[in-house]
Ligand binder design. Sequence first.
Ligand code: FAD
Length: 291
Amino acid sequence: MRIPEIMKNRMSLSFEVFPPKADKPLEPLLEVLEKLYAQEPDFISCTYGAGGTNAGRHMEICRAIQESGVTQPLSHFTCIKNTRDDIRRQMDACLSLGIDNVLALRGDIPKGMEGTGGDFTHASELISFLREEYGDKFVIAMAGAPEKHIEAQTFAQDIAHLRMKQDAGADFIMTQLCYDTEQFKRWLSDIRTAGIHIPVDVGIMPVLNKDSVIRMCLGTNGCSIPRELAELISRHYNDSEEDFRKAGIEYTVKLVYELMIQGVNGIHFYSLNRAEAVLEICDACGLTFRK
Ligand code: FAD
């Protein structure tokens, strides 16, 4: 079943992985994928490096997920350094492998570059292009930032741009990580008021390690760390990483519940290429044996 139809019937469950570097073996990630398949996710997405730096590996992973026969891949794709012809070539390659879900992104502009270096400046243009060229062949997801995209001047402008992506033909929203559930609630209400009616799939970054939470929130995404999470990070846990991980998993489970009751249409775990923690969280949230 196509992803938006699944989301119309019930909340979806999905995972995100990233491809290994060119000189690293694929097998460890394939083993992680095997463990994730056991959860019967509705799809597994694979990230795409700036300028297609990992395009080959990215396709290998999408292909492996497709060939598993257990679930469907969703391929991230960006405007960075991609011309119309580059996009056609990569999208045709996806379709030839049966991969027909894509997350259409602008991509983060690499350091030292002024714009995307490709034919499109914003994700909305990529989405329009995909719809014009391929009709309904692809399910197209778009990114959304519940705390506002870091470059946007105001929430209103960012939401107007989200509306443009929906109107260009996107089928559902995949969100940036967001630990501030009150802000998430306001954003959900504001996008609905702005006429954005497509399903929302919320991105969950499990809290497993202090440094990575700080890096993910403050390093690139400009996401806030609410008081409860800040307290968690400040505690010593007798310098035990394992004790912090336990507390972080409990925090993440609570976060998932708080987002579920807001009526999101899907839960998307950033697995960081490790299966154990997300599977533990799924279990604790009752996301096991859902079907
Ligand atoms: P856009 O929708 O183009 O928005 C970018 C900024 O421009 C926003 O501030 C927006 O308000 C503004 N804007 C949009 N349209 C206009 C307009 N017409 N005029 C003026 N301003 C406008 N990056 C990767 O490189 N690879 C990945 O695999 C990847 N995966 C991701 C997965 C998820 C779930 C998410 C949420 C993000 C992911 N990213 C990835 C990061 C993403 O590429 C960045 O957040 C990027 O900075 C913006 O992408 P976008 O598609 O939201 O861009």
